[in-house]
Design a protein. Structure first.
Length: 224
């Protein structure tokens, strides 16, 4: 799906929603007229020996007025939320084609994948564990201590290329010969699409892998 198509659809939806909100105004007005008719009928048919207090009418009117204002406020808030979502998508048009950094799976198609590591200063060794889409460990390799950027070439222990697919990574910090702690690894991948799902902006990266825009920790031009 092209981003322009997504934005067009969302804008159309926002316009439809606005029209629906506008069309609700006559309904509120109609309900208010109904309330006045009921109030007039109530006045005409009340017991003359036990008439209603004026304050009772005032309370009824104030209650209805409060409900009317709340309905209008809710309508305005819904319209504002829709407009903000459209604005967020518009701002993200420029993200398409960039490389986004985020934790989670990344698509491997033969080219090296740039990883962002979080080394532990207390670690004696750092081991990068690679898992496929079935969560099977397919490679574990040592990386130099203190490394924060690492290009994973997508090969197994024998140096043969792994098949194309989604992979995720874990960095194990080894102390005393055992993995004392582990950290998730971020990776860079090209953004191919931006869309709105349930009010949240979702970015689609290579291989159709989705990530929330709020989870992106870095952006750069492709190939940098």
């Amino acid at each position: 799906m092209a981003v322009t198509e997504v934005l067009g659809t969302t804008t159309s939806t926002a316009a439809t929603q606005t029209a629906a909100d506008t069309s609700s105004t006559p309904q509120i007005s109609s309900d208010f007229q109904t309330f006045l008719t009921m109030l007039t009928t109530q006045l005409q048919n009340q017991d003359p020996l036990n008439p209603m207090e004026a304050t009772d009418f005032a309370v009824q009117l104030a209650t209805f007025s409060g409900v009317e204002q709340q309905v209008k406020t809710n309508s305005l808030l819904e319209d504002l939320g829709t407009r903000l979502n459209v604005l967020a998508l518009s701002d993200l048009v420029g993200w398409v084609g960039l490389e986004a950094e985020a934790e989670g799976p990344v698509w491997f198609s033969g080219d090296p994948v740039e990883l962002t590591l979080t080394p532990d200063s207390d670690a004696e060794r750092e081991l990068l564990s690679v898992y496929d889409s079935s969560n099977h460990l397919v490679r574990q390799q040592e990386v130099p201590l203190g490394t924060t950027r690492f290009d994973w070439t997508g090969t197994d222990a024998e140096g043969d290329p792994l098949p194309e697919g989604a992979y995720h990574f874990v960095l194990d910090h080894v102390v005393g010969g055992v993995a004392a702690s582990s950290d998730s690894v971020s990776s860079f991948s090209t953004i191919t699409e931006a869309r709105n799902e349930g009010g949240s902006v979702i970015l689609v990266r290579e291989g159709g892998l989705s990530v929330a825009a709020s989870a992106v920790t870095g952006l750069k031009s492709a190939g940098e």
